[in-house]
Design a protein around this ligand. Structure first.
Ligand code: CU
Length: 223
């Protein structure tokens, strides 16, 4: 009897090992769940003095020259730093997206969560026009973004909900302070195209050369 039980359990174990994994979708989602967002995008490895510099500047708008916060400034053609792939989180909370602007780098993921007691939806009418479907209370879904792009994020159940997702082409970007100023830190010396993005305004790209120290790039954006 004991040996029969042993055989039986061995058979179950063997069967379980070779059978299709019933938890595969969950495991797959866990594997693609991003690590917590890193606090800095630029690598901090020590480099020879003079080989890196900061890009500084301000964003203003035409024709009013109002200071713009909420902007993101990124290098279009910055070098890809191995292992640097910034992911982020966008929560549905108190009938709004939190935060209202998420920045990740191409190849990174966004984990969309819902901490409200009601069902939400997450979609974007921009680019490839993705729709993640309904997100129930405490639900979450992960989407990876391999290509750079800027997206408006909406909920088709609550038209007042609005957020923006910026998928930066490089790991070199900065966000504007409330006074409109920004810093892109620790950029390797070289010539780049740098783009300034602000919600509801047309992005502007300009050339900038970094040769150690500080390079300046100021932007005037228009609707
Ligand atoms: Cu909603």
């Amino acid at each position: 009897m004991n040996s029969r039980l042993l055989l039986l359990s061995t058979a179950i174990l063997a069967c379980g090992a070779c059978a299709p994994e019933p938890l595969a979708p969950v495991q797959s989602q866990m594997q693609t769940t991003p690590r917590p967002p890193m606090t800095t995008a630029a690598p901090t490895a020590a480099q020879p003095t003079g080989s890196r510099g900061n890009i500084v500047g301000t964003i203003a708008t035409n024709p009013w020259h109002a200071i713009k916060s909420g902007g993101v400034v990124y290098l279009e053609d910055g070098p890809k730093e191995p292992g640097v792939s910034l992911s982020g989180t966008l929560d549905n909370h108190d009938m709004a997206f939190l935060p209202s602007i998420v920045v990740i780098t191409a190849g990174g993921s966004v984990i969309f969560t819902n901490t409200d007691p009601v069902t939400h939806n997450v979609f974007s009418p921009d680019g490839e026009k993705w729709n993640l479907g309904e997100l129930p209370q405490n639900g979450s879904v992960v989407k990876r973004f391999d290509a750079p792009g800027n997206y408006t994020v909406l909920c088709n159940l609550h038209p007042s909900m609005l957020a923006y997702l910026v998928v930066s082409p490089s790991s070199y970007f900065g966000r504007t302070d409330p006074d409109g100023s920004f810093v892109i830190k620790n950029v390797p010396a070289g010539s780049y195209h740098v783009t300034a993005w602000v919600p509801r305004l047309k992005p502007v790209t300009q050339a900038v050369t970094v040769s150690g120290g500080e390079a300046t790039a100021n932007f005037d954006l228009e609707r």
